[in-house]
Design a protein around this ligand. Structure first.
Ligand code: GLU
Length: 294
């Protein structure tokens, strides 16, 4: 077996919080326990929300955490040609279409639909599944938008994609910490259909999270994706993209989440649990490990 390659892939669109610290430390621990490597990837595709200042703060937080990074650091904003190439491959397979509905239009469509007493399907993240432009726009509207400078997203035609790769995809899910790291995996069935036609790129951005993450994991030779359980469902989409693009499938390990006091997922908007705030309130390494249950 080649040496495992782990990675931590934060987005500098806010300050790192306790959940990121858990993710980074579990990746480091696993890479040490399994004699592997630990890489850092900066997921800064969203150039409006990710800023150099936030990135510098993030690096400082990681220094404080003391995570030893192997190999060069990849920044997604510098990898656009690779995403474009992958997107073109999917386009050549006839699996990508431009979608013009704005978020507000989708929201309005869903609330009108649900006013009739029926529930519109949501994806695993709780967002309405894409209804298709034709459900909202007249043929003339659609023609007008496609011939103008209107914004659009490029979406994956999931039905056609699944027809190509088959609907029986699985992935191997392994343990993420302690003795579970060494336990046998279980085969998890992918359910990409639940996501509907996910976004792969936008008019001005050649990749979405889903596309960039599978391209980069393959380019960086990542063998072990260890990340929070909040991304467990997204793995179904990643498996479909890996199959379509002929990319290797890593081992997956989804770790427990650190929840806020109200039981909700931590978010970068909640400053109380940011590492910076906790550090300036006097938190040290042993206190952090206690908070993280490590
Ligand atoms: N960039 C993602 C985040 O900050 C993590 C992506 C991943 O680990 O696949 O939540």
């Amino acid at each position: 077996m080649t040496a495992p390659v782990f990675r931590f892939a934060p987005s500098p669109n806010g300050h790192l919080h306790l959940g990121h610290a858990l993710s980074a430390l579990l990746n480091v621990r696993a890479s040490v326990a399994l004699s592997g490597q630990f890489l850092l990837r900066i997921e800064d595709i969203d150039q409006t929300r990710c800023t150099p200042v936030l990135e510098a703060d993030m690096i400082e937080d990681l220094d404080w955490l003391g995570v030893p990074i192997d190999g060069p650091v990849i920044r997604q904003s510098e990898c656009f040609p690779h995403y474009r190439a992958a997107l073109e491959r999917l386009q050549d397979l006839g699996l990508v279409y431009p979608a013009y509905l704005t978020r507000a239009e989708i929201k309005r469509f869903v609330s009108d639909y649900e006013a009739g007493g029926q529930i519109w399907p949501r994806d695993p993240d709780g967002a309405p599944r894409y209804p298709g432009d034709a459900a909202v726009l007249s043929p003339d509207d659609l023609k007008e938008r496609s011939s103008s400078d209107a914004a659009f997203a490029l979406r994956l035609d999931m039905t056609r994609a699944l027809a190509l790769v088959g609907s029986d995809l699985t992935w191997n899910e392994y343990g993420s910490e302690g003795p579970d790291l060494f336990a046998a995996p279980y085969a998890q069935t992918a359910n990409a259909d639940a996501w509907g036609d996910v976004i792969l790129a936008r008019k001005d951005t050649p990749a979405s999270y889903h596309l960039a993450v599978v391209v980069d994991d393959a380019r960086q030779g990542v063998t072990d994706v260890l990340r929070g359980k909040d991304l467990f469902e997204a793995t179904s989409v990643h498996r479909v993209l890996q199959q379509l693009l002929g990319l290797p499938q890593p081992r997956y390990r989804h770790h427990r989440l650190i929840l806020a006091e109200d039981g909700r997922k931590l978010s970068k908007c909640n400053q109380d649990t940011s590492l910076r705030a906790l550090r300036s309130a006097g938190l040290g390494h042993s206190g952090l490990r206690r908070l993280l249950g490590l």
